[in-house]
Design a protein around this ligand. Structure first.
Ligand code: PMT
Length: 417
């Protein structure tokens, strides 16, 4: 149980309890959620208080358990409780409570709060077999499921009064697991393998000096964080940066363009999406000096350069080959273009020349966009004709816009396959 409960760590859980003998199990549920690191706010119907008192829940959760809409009327209690919740769970949910939820009745704190919820909702019914089997209850359950409520249980077993049959509240562990599943992102990026590159590469001249650029990694890290937030398995290939690693991503540190190429090509082999926000050096010194070059031995202006491979263009070419050979689907390719002028023209050229699905063109000659700032402005160009301008915004918000487009492309690709 702790495994699932820990997935709810740091989450605000609203636990609604209604009047049935199984209300005692709601106390165990509250305890497990708190042990797993969630903050739990309990609300009770008046029926629930006949079985377990508010003081029990207050003791378990460290917060007062509420029972009435007018407990705190000036704060519009039910609206606030619903807004604070990351997830709501109703356990046990009686036939009466389920009927109220389905009908949209709001005549007490629990039902009023339900009508205000916008977070994921889990309902765990518990009642006698006859009540559970009644067509009205079954219709009400079907209505809730159709509206996106996750219904867990009931199970078969011993019921109040010694009867046996379907209607028993599932165990707290099962409810917690259902809650963890309800919170897991469900969108098109969920469980996809995404490779993101970030930062600039450094091309060493000798042990002290290198050719580099001004990329901080902020744009790529914002993209990696957003993909991870949407449930993707993110492999972040990062050039040198001072940034904190985003939570929930696997990081691969590289320094040079050649190292980045090795890492990206390996990871791209079974990726669904590759997003290249890194500023890869186009050239590297032709010769690496093992010893520090002495000032008196170097003629400035004479570092001979050779061209680095274009990683993205290589991925694009490999994809074209795979497509013409009828091979397995290659990853979606998303590039960035750092431009100082003619951004649309140059962006379109890179989109087609490198064989990409999407390119994010950003200006790098403005103080509030491009390199090493928290904001950006961009033009998104898609091979499908997409053209979206994103005015000045944070890199986190731009990352969300880019991820929306990636998700749309994934959905389209799935429909076509
Ligand atoms: O890191 P920040 O400080 O937040 O700055 C963000 C950024 C400005 C670096 C970022 O938003 C950005 O524009 N990244 C791409 C920079 C770049 O190299 O652009 P380009 O137009 O030279 O290259 C086009 C695309 O080809 C890029 O996706 C690049 O990763 C890729 N490329 C380029 C050269 C090369 N040898 N291999 C590549 O894969």
């Amino acid at each position: 149980m702790v495994g699932s409960a820990q997935q709810l760590s740091g989450r605000h859980v609203l636990l609604g309890v209604s009047g049935g003998i199984a209300a005692y199990k709601a106390a165990a549920l509250a305890r497990e959620l708190v042990k797993g690191g969630a903050s739990v706010q309990v609300i009770l119907t008046s029926g629930a208080t006949q079985f377990v008192g508010a003081a029990t829940f207050a003791g378990l959760t460290g917060r007062p358990a509420h029972t009435g809409v007018f407990d705190d009327a000036h704060q519009i209690h039910h609206v606030r409780l619903a807004r604070e919740a990351d997830i709501a769970v109703f356990a046990p949910a009686t036939a009466n409570l389920i009927a109220k939820f389905a009908a949209g009745l709001a005549d007490d704190l629990v039902s009023s709060t339900f009508t205000c919820l916008t977070c994921p909702v889990v309902v765990a019914p518990a009642m006698h077999t006859e009540m559970w089997s009644h067509p009205a209850t079954q219709d009400n359950i079907a209505t809730l499921v159709r509206r996106g409520v996750l219904v867990v249980g009931p199970e078969e077993g011993e019921l109040a009064g010694g009867d046996v049959g379907p209607g028993r509240l599932v165990e707290p562990a099962t409810i917690v697991a259902a809650m963890a599943a309800a919170l897991r992102p469900q969108g098109p990026l969920a469980s996809r393998r995404v490779v993101v590159t970030a930062g600039g590469t450094r091309e060493p001249i000798d042990p002290v000096r290198f050719i580099g650029n001004r990329s901080s990694g902020k744009m790529g890290y914002a993209l990696a964080a957003e993909c991870a937030r949407r449930g993707a398995n993110v492999e972040l290939v990062s050039g040198p940066t001072w940034l904190l690693e985003p939570a929930g991503v696997t990081i691969h540190h590289v320094e040079t363009a050649l190292q980045m190429r090795d890492a990206v090509l390996k990871l791209a082999a079974d990726a669904d999406v590759v997003v290249k926000a890194a500023a890869v050096a186009d050239f590297r010194p032709a010769v690496y000096h093992q010893q520090k070059i002495k000032k008196e031995h170097v003629e400035l202006g004479h570092v001979e350069l050779e061209r680095n491979p274009d990683i993205l263009a290589e991925l694009g070419a490999a994809r074209r080959r795979r497509q013409s050979d009828g091979g397995p689907p290659a990853p979606l390719l998303v590039g960035f273009a750092a431009e100082t002028d003619l951004e649309e023209e140059r962006g379109r050229d890179k989109l087609h020349r490198k064989g990409l699905d999407l390119i994010v063109v950003n200006r790098v000659d403005m103080a509030d966009a491009g390199f090493n700032v928290d904001t950006n402005r961009a033009l998104l160009l898609g091979v499908d004709g997409l053209r979206t301008e994103v005015p000045l915004t944070t890199k986190a918000e731009l990352a969300a816009v880019v991820c929306d487009q990636i998700e749309a492309l994934l959905v389209r690709r799935q429909r076509q396959s």
